[in-house]
Design a protein around this ligand. Structure first.
Ligand code: GRG
Length: 308
């Protein structure tokens, strides 16, 4: 991965060692998660082994990276952002474990490995997802509060993004839309909740962990919202253009499940244009940082050209 902001037409030319940033943020997040989660051998060992199986299966760790990058843009200390970066990854992993269940997307392959229920059975996979969701709040509760962002406000932020108005709402609309012809507006509703809400929350939490100003939080929200939407459009494109081996999850699932996606509604070419426009909006949102958010810029640029 050699992505830097200089690769794309957005914003002024800047270089940033994204590979180095992702390597160090992923290593730090993995070490913190390893420390926070009960050991695989802790009784009942089955549940802790199952939680760790999916959490350490090799996800890209984009949500924690966005959280840490947002904290850096606001002059924060990564130590203060880390509990929140770990919490969003736990919520994301829980959502994948449950999404893969036979009652949901019924998938056998995730993060390059057999899905949780294929290894541990459906009952344990449901519980592993539940436990990861709960663990997220236990870890997040270790964050510190600030004058602008109380401990309570930070936890509410996380709960709202994961709850029935956002992440779950998106999943419900996604399930109910299967096999139906839906409009681009309805598809946007699904993407905003199913995908963008948690990505945007990751960015906002990073800012909050740095006691960011209201203007910075507004800019981060605008950035996270657009990056989140672009992320799902690219995800839909990759589903029809990449192999399962490359993605580490079953390719072609959306077509198989008769899911409405941007490529199915507007075609591949137009979908790419939409992803580029959304990424352009994300870049524009960072203007108030006056070039002091290089990691966020580089992440947005990379997410547009990612191949998995
Ligand atoms: C409550 C039963 C129950 C289920 C909830 C909320 C939910 C299930 C599922 C969320 C829906 C979902 C899977 C949205 C897709 C978001 C998305 C594009 C995920 C892939 O993210 P990546 O590419 O994955 O960052 P890695 O594996 O790299 O972390």
């Amino acid at each position: 991965m050699a992505a830097t902001t200089t690769d794309l037409a957005f914003g002024p030319k800047r270089t940033f060692d994204l590979q180095g940033f992702l390597a160090s943020s992923t290593a730090a997040v993995n070490a913190a998660l390893d420390h926070d989660l009960p050991a695989a051998t802790t009784k009942p060992a089955t549940i802790h082994t199952a939680m760790r199986y999916s959490l350490f299966a090799g996800g890209k760790r984009m949500r924690p990276a966005l959280c840490l990058a947002a904290a850096a843009a606001c002059g924060g200390n990564p130590v203060h952002a880390m509990p929140l970066a770990c919490a969003v990854e736990c919520i994301h992993t829980y959502s994948l474990v449950h999404d893969d269940l036979p009652a949901m997307d019924n998938d056998d392959y995730r993060r390059g490995k057999p899905t949780n229920h294929k290894v541990f059975g459906e009952g344990v996979a449901v519980l592993a997802g539940d436990a990861l969701l709960t663990e997220a709040f236990e870890i997040a509760a270790r964050c510190r509060g600030w004058p602008r962002y109380s401990h309570r406000k930070i936890i509410l932020e996380l709960a709202h993004a994961a709850g029935s108005l956002q992440l779950i709402a998106g999943q419900v609309a996604d399930l109910e839309g299967e096999g139906k012809k839906i409009t681009a507006a309805q598809l946007r509703y699904i993407h905003e909740r199913k995908t963008s809400a948690l990505l945007c929350c990751s960015v906002r939490l990073g800012g909050m962990s740095a006691n960011c100003t209201p203007a910075q939080l507004e800019a981060l929200t605008d950035f996270g919202y657009h990056v989140g939407l672009a992320f799902q459009v690219i995800d839909d494109i990759l589903d029809v253009t990449q192999t399962s081996e490359k993605l580490g999850k079953t390719a072609g699932k959306d077509t198989q499940a008769q899911k409405a996606t941007y490529p199915s509604i507007v075609g591949l070419e137009k979908s790419r244009q939409i992803a580029e426009q959304l990424t352009g909006r994300a870049f524009a949102a960072l203007k108030p940082f006056r070039g002091k958010a290089p990691a966020l810029e580089a992440l947005a640029a990379y997410l547009l050209i990612r191949e998995k």
